[in-house]
Design a protein around this ligand. Sequence first.
Ligand SMILES: [Zn+2]
Length: 328
Amino acid sequence: MTTERTTTRTTGSTTGSTTGSTASSTTAVASDVTFDLRAVLAEMGQATSRLNAINACEANAGNISVTVPTTDAVAGQLDEIFPDSEPYALPTDVPALRGRTVLVSGSQQRLREIEANPTAIVGAVVIDAAGGAVVRSAPDRAFARPTSESNSHLAVHNDYLARSGQNDHLARTGHNDHLARTGHTGIHAVVHAHAPYTTTLSHQFAGRFEAGADPLDFARMIMRWEPELVVHVPHGIGFLPYEVPGSKKLEEASVAGLRVASIVAWAKHGVLARSEKGPLGAVDLIEFIETGARFELDNQRLGNVASGLTDAEIAEIITSFGVEASVY
Ligand SMILES: [Zn+2]
C-alpha cells in the first residue's frame, strides 16, 4: 500500500569521518547509520509545499519538526549547515530525545517558504546526553525562536521514541539492524496543519462530542468515503477537544491521542500527525484524512444523499487486507 522511501537515510558509512569538525555542543551517538540533514531539509520543503497546495498552511500557520539521532555525521553537518548556537530552555521534559537533533520550523514563519529557503525557516534543537539543549541556526535565519507549538512537537517525538526502543538499541550497539528489521528508520516527523475540511468537521463535531458522542464517530464520519482509508490510516483520526494553542493541556492530549492514532484533530483548530516515515509520511496521513473530510462535507452540502461505505463493507476490507484497525 505504501512505498518505503530512503531519501533521508543512507547506510554503510563508518564513524569517525567527522573527526576534526569544529567545536560542537552535541554529544554524538556513534553509529553506522547516517542521516543526511540536507536531504531531511529538502523533504521538509516538499512536505510543506504539499500542505500549501491543499491550502493547509495559510500565511504563517502550521509547523513541522523532524528528529534524527545526533550521529557523528549529523554533528558534522550541524556545524556546516547551522554554525550558530544559543542556549534553549526546553519547553517540556524529553529524556528520550537526549542525543538527538530536532529540525523544527521557526515561529511566525511561512511553511511554504521552506522548499526555497530551508535554513531561513528551519533551525535545529540539539539535545545533549545530559538533557541540555541549544538552538542551532544558519546565517540566513529569519525566525526569533522555534514554533510556539514546540512543546507538543517535542513531547510527541519523546513519547514515540521512548515507546519504540530504537534509541536504546542504537546507543548500545551502534547498528541499525533493529531499525531495519522493525521498519523503523530512526527518523520521526511531526506536522501541524490547518487542513480546512477536517478542521471544519472538527467544529461541527465539537458540539456532538460535548453532548456525549463517541469520539470514534469523528473518524468513522471521515473514513466511510474511500475503501483505502482504513488500510492507510487503520487507527483513523483521534478527536481532541479544543484547548488553547501551545498549552500544556494540548501537549498532553496530543501525546495521548497520538499513542492510539497517527493523526489527531485539534478541535476547532487543525490537525497534528506523526510518522516514522518522515515528513512526507506525516503529510500523506493529513492528505488521506483531508480527502475523506472533503467527501463528507460535499455530501452534506448535497443534502446527505449518500451514506458512504457501510460498516460491513469496511469490515470486509479489514479482513481481506489483514488490517489491524481500531476504529471499526
Ligand atoms: Zn495552528
